[in-house]
Design a protein around this ligand. Structure first.
Ligand SMILES: C[S@@+](CC[C@H](N)C(=O)[O-])C[C@H]1O[C@@H](n2cnc3c(N)ncnc32)[C@H](O)[C@@H]1O
Length: 293
């Protein structure tokens, strides 16, 4: 039994790796138990590469020890360095949050993706923003920097401790008066709040992105944006998603729930004629969908 492993993407605290077959596909030693697809040498090599990445400690700060790790590099080293060097800088509170994330293996979006959220908030002249899965508020600080002065920002988080931390950080950043902190399941909470939103961030359980999009699609303003994190990296198998995106549906056979969830979300948002979607290979891969009608 592994008590100290946290699987933030799956929102399973302390029990992520207990038992033989959990949602996150870990066995009791924290190893993946997903069924290998027969004789798929490419897939096996991919897995070995992931394991090497994980064991070498290059899986960034996104996963704590022995949580399932699909942290394949999606960029060349040079591109990653360039993006990091040209990313916006943290202010003092954000720097503190990033340090906390580093020390605790907590998956924040990081400054490159944060900069995208800030730009989008500016461009959309965002007055109402809603986050699905806020953690301790890091992504929210980027939204807040770009949103209108009289904007309302809704954070959702089902971990009470993280939400308390978000309250504290955003208070110290001078943002708490424009922020509503909601504790519980983000999808239920969204249904409990009326009105339209200019910007929505999906960063909760990946296997529930399509469900969340179904809820928000009608309630995004024209010109508004839905951003989904982790469409290329994080608890997803990017190799399988790439094959799937090129028409090989069987690539998802035996894939984990989060990888299939990202595929289902991309299918849903790209099939909706009201939205135009692009994917940016920034951070963990952002799908940016703007409502055009
Ligand atoms: C990737 S972290 C969020 C990071 C945050 N957006 C940032 O970049 O600073 C995902 C968070 O979503 C929370 N979460 C996952 N599913 C959720 C759900 N259905 N409702 C509320 N919170 C959820 C987890 O507890 C975790 O804190």
């Amino acid at each position: 039994m592994v008590e100290d492993v946290v699987c933030p993407y799956l929102s399973v605290r302390g029990s992520a790796n207990r038992g033989a077959a959990t949602d996150c596909g870990c066995d009791e030693d924290g190893r993946e138990t997903a069924r290998p697809t027969a004789a798929d040498a490419v897939k096996a090599e991919r897995k070995r590469a992931r394991d090497r990445t994980h064991e070498s400690g290059r899986c960034d700060r996104f996963y704590v020890a022995r949580a399932p790790c699909f942290a394949m590099d999606i960029l060349t080293d040079e591109t990653r360095r360039f993006l990091a060097a040209t990313a916006p800088e943290h202010d003092a509170v954000q720097a503190e949050m990033a340090t906390y994330a580093d020390e605790h293996g907590f998956p924040i979006i990081g400054p490159e993706a944060g900069g995208v959220l800030r730009v989008l908030a500016h461009l959309a002249d965002a007055k109402r923003l809603f986050e699905f899965g806020s953690g301790f508020g890091y992504s929210a600080t980027w939204f807040a920097e770009g949103m209108a002065d009289d904007a309302e920002l809704y954070l959702t988080e089902h971990d009470a401790h993280e939400l308390d931390m978000a309250r504290d950080f955003l208070d110290r950043a001078g943002l708490a008066d424009r922020t509503t902190f909601l504790e519980g399941d983000a999808l239920d909470l969204f249904e409990g709040v009326d009105g339209e939103f200019d910007l929505v961030l999906l960063d909760h359980q990946k296997h529930r992105y399509a469900e969340a999009f179904d809820l928000v699609a009608d309630r995004v303003t024209e010109g508004g944006v839905v951003v989904a994190d982790n469409v290329m990296r994080g608890p997803v198998d990017f190799g399988a998603l790439t094959d799937w995106s090129e028409g090989k549906a069987e690539a998802l056979d035996g894939a984990d729930a989060d990888t299939r969830g990202i595929a289902a979300f991309l299918d849903a948002v790209r099939a909706d004629p009201r939205y135009e979607t692009i994917v940016l290979p920034v951070g963990s891969g952002l799908a940016v969908s703007t409502r055009v009608e």
